[in-house]
Design a binder for this molecule. Structure first.
Ligand code: AMP
Ligand code: GLY
Length: 421
């Protein structure tokens, strides 16, 4: 008899809760730790405080765990390399491969070389160069800090003035530190966004269901960009033809390109796409699963996720493509005041015997009471045969959740902009 595999998931969001939930269903997975995790993991996984990379490595060696790295920060900092060097199996790419997320300049340059469709762009290394480049994009410009900026380093400018002030914020005021030392300016694209994620061992890959996330705070896609207020899978514009196009023109060339450069990508590769009239264009690459997309994508899988994660870690992805069924709608319940001034410590009461899945992000259990510890607190995921049923399921359980003053969108799954693609 083989013993069950211990897994250590790095991160604390709804994404990591969803990963743990999906792996919990596997007959081959034993104890699941999530570090730092949170107080709402319940029976699914055990939260674990491991203050730094050396503790993570030591704990993984001691428990013989496979490590799944959720967020971009540890990937960019080389946690994957550190673990791999010690012989610890890891789901997550090397820092060199993760550069496609941690440097927008590198990502754009690589895409241009590989002829992967992406918005026309210019790289600027100085304030003067950036200010000059704005004139190259008269129909609308997007200003992007080169490095990681916690999702805040992109400004879709509505005017020349807004573009110039975004550039000044990044390059003169060093709003994002060194991440803004270089910027990418690119043409503004119009269309519908799609998240396309694949699991890959560096050579072979299999796609997860497509999804759409809702980045804006308010109904109808108004208000500031957030970390994501909800998500739907599969994406309503999904089709086999589109899938093939994205695989052939976007995912395969990138994976081959990275492997040819001696930095094969082993992990979860995420293409943030804009579906335009001229076809799909890459807006960004991520070297990890999306949040909140993971919460709607993993619950649709028909197979056990574990052999695929194991295949990433060992370099041998299973042959069978992943299959999915149904539709999932995930709604984020955020704290009052999110995103500007978050109120914390609010007691939460979740419905008994919910039909929806509750993936928690910023929660803690204090003296037997669950409370929020940050902005985006819960991701409530309804599943169904179609988007209406899934939506009804999510909102019904949201209505039975007590969370004083919570902010959430009422239109997740119902506001697909029609006629834009
Ligand atoms: P990124 O982090 O590069 O995905 O950018 C964050 C968000 O900014 C994207 O999800 C889009 O909503 C928007 N965005 C980025 N690039 C463009 C572009 N070239 N045209 C229009 N919107 C964009
Ligand atoms: N939902 C976007 C991201 O995970 O980056």
């Amino acid at each position: 008899m083989t013993s069950k595999q211990t897994v250590l998931v790095i991160g604390s969001g709804a994404r990591e809760h969803a990963i743990a939930w999906a792996l919990r269903k596997s007959p081959d997975v034993g104890t699941i730790y999530v570090t730092p995790g949170h107080g709402g993991l319940g029976e699914t996984a055990t939260p674990m405080v491991l203050p730094d990379a050396s503790h993570i490595v030591a704990f993984a060696e001691e428990t013989r765990a496979v490590v799944v790295i959720g967020p971009e920060g540890p990937l960019a900092a080389g946690l994957g390399d550190l673990l791999a060097a010690r012989g610890v199996p890891v789901v997550g790419p090397s820092a060199a491969a993760a550069r496609i997320e941690s440097s927008k300049v590198e990502a754009k340059t690589l895409m241009a070389r590989l002829q992967i469709p992406t918005a026309r762009f210019r790289v600027a290394e100085s304030l003067a160069e950036a200010e000059d480049a704005v004139g190259d994009f008269p129909d609308g410009v997007v200003v992007k800090a080169d490095g990681l900026a916690q999702g805040k380093g992109v400004v879709v400018a509505d005017s020349r003035g807004e573009a110039l002030s975004a550039i000044a914020g990044m390059m003169k005021d060093h709003q994002f530190g060194q991440a803004g030392d270089r910027v990418v300016l690119e043409e503004r694209l119009d269309g519908v966004e799609m998240s396309f994620m694949v699991l890959t061992d560096g050579v072979r890959y299999t796609a997860l269901p497509t999804s759409r996330d809702y980045k804006r705070l308010r109904d109808g896609d108004y208000g500031p960009n957030t970390g994501g207020m909800g998500a739907v899978a599969p994406h309503p514009s999904d089709s086999e033809t589109l899938h093939r196009l994205i695989s052939d023109q976007i995912v395969s060339p990138l994976l081959t390109g990275l492997a040819d450069e001696g930095r094969p990508f082993r992990g979860i590769l995420y293409a943030g796409l804009m579906l335009t009239r001229a076809g799909p264009f890459v807006l960004e690459w991520n070297a990890r699963l999306g949040d909140p997309e993971t919460g709607v994508v993993l619950p649709l899988l028909k197979q056990d996720l574990w052999p695929y994660f194991e295949g990433i870690a060992t370099g041998r992805l299973p042959d069978a493509p992943l299959e999915a069924e149904g539709v999932a709608v995930g709604v984020v319940m955020a704290a009052p005041g999110y995103p500007e001034a978050v109120e914390k410590g609010i007691p939460l009461s979740l419905p008994e015997a919910p039909r929806a899945l509750f993936f928690q992000a910023a929660t803690e259990m204090r003296e037997g009471v669950l409370r929020n510890t940050g902005g985006r607190t819960l991701l409530i995921v309804g599943r169904g045969e179609d988007v209406e049923t899934a939506r009804a399921c999510a909102y019904a359980d949201l209505g039975r959740t007590v969370f004083r003053g919570a902010r959430y969108r009422r239109d997740i799954g119902s506001s697909f902009r029609q006629g834009r693609v």
